[in-house]
Design a protein around this ligand. Structure first.
Ligand code: ACM
Ligand code: ZN
Length: 538
């Protein structure tokens, strides 16, 4: 009797061991954003310290391989060997670039014998590795040596719906140090986001070193204090400041490029210019004096559109911006520019007359078009918020639609390209719960996870017009956000929904299915030490 019991016990224990080994490879494939095609295969691939990454074609894929190897080194205790070979090896991750695929496309096949990765370019290979990351348990993100490195058998074919998948961070209202910006870039990379829109200047701070105009950072990067709450009239009495040196900018641009993320710099004009005017008062209509804003809102003090000096200044700034940022797009803001000063300014009125403009809206259009011509002559493209439609838009400017999607729709109907970042779906400074008393103080609004997911960037357009929609982006304005932990709380997991909006084909999207995968993704956030909002568990 006793023997029999022991035997049963032993068998049961073996069973448990087998079950738990089987569970080592993740049973379900939970990738965010959802790939085009996922098919389970028999067996699983076991990653070990001896696994080689074998690049059989396309040495430009080596950096993406190195990043993956570095990630795994934390769990394995040693980086994976990367070599270049002629043919596919057993027990290896075989990587090749196959230009017959789309530039950002990839295929990933995991079987017992090997993992095969093909990317349309190094970029595609990078995305394959981001997917492979999500096939491994979250523990690898924090270098857990006990994390199972068994990858379940699977074939994945994948390609993004949109070429532009963006996230904005406002570093003007609150400054975030280089390390925080890199963390933000890491967060983007995990979600296959490929544009980092960096809002570098605003009324409350100028954050970019410009050698030709040193006062921009000596004066403009620092405000005396910050209003408490929503313009309560009470101030904290604490100076706030910070800026990025050009060396730091280069470091960030490089860091992003290694993750296939283009940094799009934004220099705001003609409005949101208080910090620039505080630095160089002659650039305003009245000549000042001005001081860097200490409260929030839309200010009447904007760049004078009449003075030639303004354009010489902006061109000097943009020359340095262009030298620092390889991005094809340069963002010029363009939003929320009151016309009050222009109406009273002799220089501005003289410009309206000389250029035969109808009114101040056309003066704004003149301003933006003139800057666009300058950028185009340097081989760059202008992108601006949807106010650039007012008073007439050039044929070539790209519209970033923020006041809902209507600016983007109008742009596409005019034949202009557009990026959708509607405040109705993609403003991550808005509350994500109705229970605002239990949320950190926010600007207002209500954009829960499900709402983000509902965005279809081409809705309302015919096929031809839809081709002009470059993609989608979410914006994080930081009036009320001053730490990276709070940044993370506001953008995670909403960034996951935005990523899927921009990456996954519309006919393959389902919120319920997304939710299940997003919940799994939060284990990775935890392992990475990211703060995130937990409403998706309810
Ligand atoms: C904006 O939110 N003012 C573009
Ligand atoms: Zn003026």
């Amino acid at each position: 009797m006793k023997k029999k019991f022991n035997l049963l016990f032993l068998l049961a224990m073996m069973g448990l061991v087998i079950v738990s080994r089987g569970a080592g490879a993740q049973e379900e494939v939970n990738i965010v954003p959802r790939p085009t095609m996922v098919r389970a295969e028999k067996g699983s691939f076991l990653l070990t310290p001896g696994t080689v990454i074998n690049v059989t074609g396309g040495e430009e894929a080596l950096p993406a391989c190195r990043l993956f190897s570095d990630l795994l080194a934390r769990s394995l205790g040693t980086p994976l060997e990367i070599r270049q070979g002629k043919k596919s090896l057993k027990k290896a991750i075989n990587v090749s670039v196959d230009a017959t695929l789309g530039e950002e496309a990839y295929t990933l096949v995991a079987r017992e014998r090997s993992v095969e990765i093909r990317g349309g370019s190094a970029r595609g290979v990078f995305y394959a590795f981001q997917t492979l990351r999500q096939l491994l348990p979250a523990g690898v993100e924090r270098g857990d040596p006990s994390a199972s490195l068994e990858i379940r058998g699977v074939t994945i074919e994948d390609e993004p719906r949109f070429a532009y998948r963006g996230m904005m961070l406002d570093v003007a209202r609150h400054f975030f140090p280089v390390e925080d910006v890199k963390t933000y870039i890491d967060m983007l990379a995990l979600h296959k986001i490929n544009r980092f829109h960096w809002h570098l200047t605003d009324d409350q701070g100028w954050r970019l070193e410009i050698k030709k105009y040193p006062l921009l950072t000596e004066v403009g990067s620092r405000r005396d204090e910050t209003v408490i709450g929503k313009n309560t009239g009470q101030y904290d009495g604490i100076p706030h400041g910070g800026f990025y040196t050009q060396e730091e900018v280069k470091e960030i641009v490089q860091y992003a490029a290694e993750r296939y993320i283009t940094v799009i710099p934004e220099v705001e004009l003609p409005g949101h210019a208080f910090a620039a005017l505080a630095s160089y008062p002659s650039l305003g209509c009245t000549g000042g004096p001005y001081k860097v804003a200490t409260y929030w809102g839309v200010f009447n003090e904007v760049f004078c559109a009449g003075k030639e000096e303004t354009f010489a200044f902006l061109e000097g700034v943009l020359d340095e911006v262009i030298a620092l940022f390889p991005s094809e797009y340069v963002h010029i803001g363009g939003d929320e520019c009151p016309k009050m000063r222009w109406k009273q300014c002799r220089a501005c009125q003289a410009r309206i007359k000389a250029e035969k403009l109808a009114d101040e809206h056309e003066l704004q259009s003149y301003f933006v078009k003139r800057i666009e011509r300058f950028l185009n002559a340097k081989g760059r493209k202008l992108i601006g918020f949807d106010e650039i439609l007012e008073g007439g838009i050039s044929r070539t400017a790209t519209v970033m639609s923020w006041r809902g999607t209507k600016g983007g729709l109008e742009a596409a109907r005019l034949g202009n390209q557009a990026v959708m970042t509607p405040n109705s779906h993609a403003y991550f400074d808005y509350y994500q719960s109705k229970d605002t008393k239990n949320e950190p103080f926010a600007i207002g609004g209500f954009v829960p996870l499900e709402k983000v997911y509902e965005l279809n960037p081409t809705e309302g357009l015919n096929e031809q017009e839809a081709l002009l929609i470059q993609g989608a982006q979410a914006n994080l304005w930081t009036e009320y956000i001053s730490t990276i932990s709070h940044v993370q709380y506001m953008v995670l997991p909403r960034m996951a929904a935005l990523a899927e909006v921009a990456w996954t084909r519309q006919d393959q999207r389902s919120y319920d299915d997304f939710l299940k995968r997003a919940i799994v993704l939060t284990d990775r956030y935890t392992a990475l030490g990211y703060n995130f909002a937990r409403h998706l568990f309810n």
